[in-house]
Design a protein around this ligand. Structure first.
Ligand code: SF4
Length: 172
């Protein structure tokens, strides 16, 4: 029961080291002033999609062989909103089981600390490679990064989990 604004099957903008397949989730609880995507904030019931159908569309977009893409991007809205998290986990878990080498990048308004301390949200970390965390703060706006303000961080999830210390990806 995912609610998605868009599935983009070849996305050079929201990726890293090559194109991604990108999913824009509907609904966000953060309501940051200056948000780039306000139309995603409220739940839109017309955007319902079956999770297994979404998984198949992502597989089709990633492709196979020499033209295969290696990255899945999760954006919004907020893919980790409590209203979205179960669907996000279902979709990403299935895709990681299908392709363990898949690179998964997720943008969320929650901080690493909030995600890693939440029983509801923490299970997603097992399936993520990069977490871009924190709300957009218009008075700390920056250019040249794949996030909008300098309070946000691109976190190397698996190294952070294994070392017990936040590992930032400076070149993201
Ligand atoms: S977390 Fe992102 S989508 Fe949600 S309000 Fe903030 S900038 Fe907008």
């Amino acid at each position: 029961m995912a609610y998605l604004h868009q599935i983009k099957k070849y996305d050079m903008e929201n990726s890293w080291r090559g194109a991604s397949v990108s999913l824009w989730f509907n609904q966000c609880p953060h309501h940051c002033p200056g948000c780039w995507n306000e139309e995603t904030w409220e739940r839109n019931e017309t955007l319902y999609q079956d999770n297994d159908q979404v998984i198949q569309e992502v597989k089709d977009g990633l492709g196979e062989g020499v033209f295969q893409l290696n990255t899945l991007a999760l954006l919004g809205g907020d893919p980790l909103s409590p209203k979205n998290i179960q669907d996000t986990i279902y979709i990403v878990k299935a895709l990681k089981e299908w392709r363990p080498d898949l690179n998964v990048i997720c943008w969320t308004g929650f901080t690493w600390e909030q995600v890693s301390r939440s029983k509801l949200l923490k299970p997603i970390l097992e399936y993520l490679d990069v977490l871009v965390d924190g709300r957009f703060m218009i008075d700390r706006k920056i250019e040249g990064k794949k996030y909008g303000s300098d309070n946000q961080r691109a976190i190397d999830v698996q190294n952070t989990l294994s070392e017990g210390k936040i590992k930032i990806m400076e070149d993201f």
